[in-house]
Design a protein around this ligand. Sequence first.
Ligand code: CO8
Length: 256
Amino acid sequence: MSSILTERSGKVGIIRLNRPKALNALSLALVEELVEALRGFDKDSDVGAIILTGSDTVFCAGADIKEQKELSFVQAYSADYLKNLNDGLSSIHKPVIGVINGYALGGGCELAMMCDILYAGDKAKFGQPEIKLGTIPGAGGTQRLIRAIGKSKAMHMILTGEMIDASEAEVAGLVAKVLPADQVLGFSIERAQKIAGFSFPVVAMAKEAVNEAEELNLQTGLHFERRLYHASFALKDHEEGFGAFLGKRDPQWINQ
Ligand code: CO8
């Protein structure tokens, strides 16, 4: 059985993690399939945004504990265990919207943080429980969490292994919005359709500029942003957007 399910809804590609018996844990096979599906939607010119979700009750319980238990240091180090997950996500040009219901733990919380926007159901729970297993977060938990929610809260989660709930995650800035669990996917698909309705190259530029902010100092980031902003002037969709506004009509994007 496939570890993920994919479907299309209009211009949105939807990927669901699908290992219910292991609470969608990130086996090597799942990660490979996930990265392949993301790349497939990224290349598909009819898709403008991607949704990554789990089931109604669990997003992802982290790295596959049974699989990881068998790995020696040398095996993990030599194969750079699970680096392909981060590399895969960060190479996607289209926005990836994480829709979280239930647990997002360990690598699951880290996978969520690799997404561009997070919407959560009100029963969602986020945690980095690796300390309870005798290890530490290995896919960005110690790096992205501190940027998302600040040092003290990140340390609290990583050092105690305690979870935070959806409303705490929203207040802390980890997720963009919390909705009733049964509404969050529908809401997210609508937002993804909205994003996919804009000019694809402009959306990709905006995503790239925002993500660069985490890597660059302010002056370099402002320079990078200005260069992309100037570059957008060369797009036919720029001409169309400005013309449509001034002509008091809806723009017709051609993704050029
Ligand atoms: N891996 C493999 N199997 C899992 C995992 C997992 N992470 N989590 C749960 N399962 C399995 C259980 O073993 C159980 O299987 P079985 O029925 O065969 O015994 C089944 O899923 C159901 O689990 P529970 O019976 O425990 O369900 P509960 O509802 O009682 O509890 C919890 C749900 C709280 C989510 C609990 O399962 C739990 O604590 N799971 C472990 C969470 C965890 O510690 N995650 C961190 C893993 S380490 C990690 O992620 C390191 C990150 C490194 C980078 C990864 C990048 C990809």
